[in-house]
Design a protein around this ligand. Structure first.
Ligand SMILES: Cc1cc2nc3c(=O)[nH]c(=O)nc-3n(C[C@H](O)[C@H](O)[C@H](O)COP(=O)(O)O)c2cc1C
Length: 332
């Protein structure tokens, strides 16, 4: 176990915040398969203050998702303080501030990874969130730096620690890298050496081996997994088993398809939209569950045409047969 503030978290692997991907259905699937802790999709601090009608949808925390953080982004300390006050009504276990998002829409407002170029403002934002959050721990998620000439994650982490945050998550890429190249574990290790609060290490963990490497190479307190969980909530069960020296049986294709259907049902159930519209949200997830198998390119394309749950069921059945060489009707 590790502790962030007074929140206890299993020292296995947690789920990274991912806007438009790691929604409630996704988080619930990951939790079910062993995820230690999860973070909401990022929510605009200013948007919340102006009573953005997506607030409740983005900020609701269900008991099955706990421990869970709500993630806020913004570049104004006052709005951040007010947003924290508002989201506390949703009773998050932790409040996380996004200081790593690279997308121009966020960076151009001075939020996300733009704050890595303005440590004094980052500190002010963190201080005001910490003050407003009271007993609820505040964490910050950063990148290694703005670009390769400005790797300042250790310095930034130290400054944020002095601002009173309870843990820091580091994605080992610069803003300029976006998602290219590979995550730099040496920077995460340097952050760990620079601060006394827990360090959550993130970037390119795709299985139990890379999770263990991340722990060993950075000495981090917790590993955070993003894209490695696409269509693969089992990654959390796998990493937990490996870290505890327990046997692990990877899912069969039948199990994968069963879980894919469970995930699709959850997306439909939790969506305020009709099945026909909600299934659009499910298409990319369905395709991810089919990654890496024989014939998957063709079936992934079929996933992007799904219009109902019944079609997904049919596709899943065909896909299983295909893997066992039992699909004889030219359905390929
Ligand atoms: C589709 C997508 C959405 C993301 N949304 C967020 C977000 O809302 N907040 C955030 O801090 N990071 C966000 N990230 C970054 C991830 O949390 C993570 O730092 C990054 O994907 C690297 O980890 P990975 O290599 O395990 O995927 C997003 C990443 C992806 C791919």
């Amino acid at each position: 176990m590790i502790k962030i503030g007074n929140v206890e978290i299993k020292k296995t692997a947690c789920l990274a915040p991912m806007a438009s991907v790691a929604d409630r259905a996704y988080r619930l699937m990951c939790k079910k398969y062993g995820c230690a802790y999860c973070v909401s999709e990022m929510v605009s601090a200013k948007g919340i203050c102006y009573n953005n009608n997506k607030t409740a949808e983005l900020c609701t925390v269900t008991d099955s998702e706990r421990p869970m953080a709500i993630q806020l982004f913004g570049n104004e300390p006052d709005f951040m303080a007010e947003a924290v006050r508002i989201v506390l009504e949703y009773k998050p276990d932790i409040i996380d501030i996004n200081m790593g998002c690279p997308v121009p829409k966020v960076v151009n407002t001075g939020a996300g990874s733009a704050l890595m170029r303005n440590i004094p403002l980052a500190v002010e934002i963190a201080e005001s969130a910490v003050k407003s959050a009271g007993d609820v721990p505040v964490t910050v998620k950063i990148r290694s730096g703005w670009d390769s000439d400005n790797i300042n994650a250790p310095e930034m982490a130290k400054a944020l620690e002095s601002a009173g945050i309870s843990a820091i998550a580091v994605h080992g890429r610069t803003r300029e890298q976006f998602y290219g190249g590979s995550a730099d574990r040496a920077v995460i290790k340097a952050v760990k050496e620079a601060v006394n609060i827990p360090v959550i290490a993130n970037g390119d963990v795709i299985d139990a081996d890379s999770c263990i490497d991340m722990y060993n190479q950075t000495n981090c307190d917790l590993v955070m997994i993003g894209r490695g969980s696409y269509g693969n909530p089992f990654i959390f069960r796998e990493t937990e088993a490996r870290l505890n020296n327990m046997p692990y049986n990877p899912p069969t294709v039948e199990e994968k398809m069963r879980v894919m259907l469970e995930h699709i049902r959850l997306i439909i159930e939790l969506s305020p939209k009709t099945e026909e519209l909600a299934i659009h949200e499910a298409r990319k997830h369905a395709a991810w569950y089919m990654n890496g198998y024989y014939g998957s390119a063709k079936y992934r394309a079929k996933c992007y045409q799904l219009t109902s749950y019944a079609e997904a069921e049919f596709l899943a059945e065909e896909f299983v047969k295909l893997q066992y060489g039992r699909l004889h009707n030219n359905a390929m």
